[in-house]
Design a binder for this molecule. Structure first.
Ligand code: TA6
Length: 291
């Protein structure tokens, strides 16, 4: 992808486009409130940091930045399926595709927006766009339009990796009473009985029928993170812990101490079915405060 051709989308003082890791096109976004980083590879937000706060998103030091490889960390777009798929890449092909940069804009209030489009060549029959808005918060919207004449079914998930001070001091709140599939416990269907989920080992849970926000409390950083969403009925909570960490070549053996995934989407029985002409928007807004 020609960096020079992309520079037409630069906005002085707000968006700079250059070759990032692995030579992949990268947008560096600067607002009065924050900075962010986005790769066209996978339309992947790899960084977001509010002024005066530690970075909000985790990015593995061992991540690959290469064609055909997913970036490890930030906000992978899992689409049009979630998890493994016979004959296809885990979590779908959207995060392995170079998305088209459709538009950039800077609003009078200082927020900066980037609109990307999944190329038809990726092989999804509908129209897929992704709108990222950077300000004091980070908002990501995955918009799918069924441009075909038949029902379109798909899974989707914004697989957000959060940076935390120490997983041993982190709890996740907001899921009590909900049913979840425990992928560590052999995909058994269970009910969440805890008001606060603690992390003392591998956690890999798909919470179903969950439209509500999740709060992440980080004791070490004294930070509270709100994961708010619309158009999403599934929440996935994941920490690989030590054995899985060692098994991932693009993830440091000890990195599990400094991250947690709280993912927002529509997976499994919550998958989306669009009638011809219908569209859906999965919208996630991340906010945080220290103290
Ligand atoms: O969202 C949790 C999960 O489905 C885990 O089971 C684990 O596979 C993780 O995603 C990472 O998947 P990836 O394909 O990015 O290695």
């Amino acid at each position: 992808m020609d960096i020079e051709a992309l520079k037409q989308h630069e906005i002085s003082g707000a968006i700079a486009i250059s070759a990032g890791a692995g030579g992949l096109p990268r947008l560096v976004i600067t607002t009065p409130f924050s900075t962010a980083e986005l790769y066209l590879h996978g339309a992947h937000v790899t960084g977001f940091q509010k002024t005066g706060e530690p970075r909000l998103l985790f990015l593995s030091a061992a991540s690959q930045f290469a064609a055909g490889k997913p970036i490890r960390g930030g906000v992978p777009i899992c689409f049009p399926w979630f998890g493994p798929r016979v004959g296809g890449p885990a979590h779908g092909f959207a995060r392995l595709t170079d998305w088209h940069l459709a538009a950039t804009s800077a609003a009078p209030d200082g927020r900066v927006s980037v609109r990307l489009r999944l190329p038809e060549a990726a092989g999804f029959p509908g129209k897929v766009e992704y709108l990222v808005t950077v300000g004091a918060t980070l908002t990501m919207e995955l918009q799918v339009t069924n441009t075909t004449g038949a029902t379109l079914e798909f899974e989707e998930c914004l697989h957000t990796y959060f940076s935390v001070g120490d997983i041993a001091t982190v709890v996740a709140r907001g899921l009590k009473g909900l049913k979840y599939l425990d992928k560590v416990g052999g995909l058994k269907l269970k009910e969440e009985t805890d008001k606060a989920i603690h992390f003392t080992g591998e956690v890999d849970r798909v919470y179903l029928n969950t439209p509500q926000p999740v709060i992440i409390e980080d004791g070490k950083l004294h930070r509270t993170i709100r994961v708010e969403k619309t158009g999403s009925n599934s929440t996935v909570v994941w920490n690989p812990w030590v054995t899985k960490s060692k098994a991932m070549a693009d993830f440091g053996d000890e990195e599990y101490h400094r991250m947690v995934c709280v993912e927002s989407g529509n997976v499994g029985q919550n998958q989306v079915a669009l009638a011809p002409g219908e569209f859906s928007t999965l919208k996630v807004t991340l906010s945080s405060q220290i103290g």
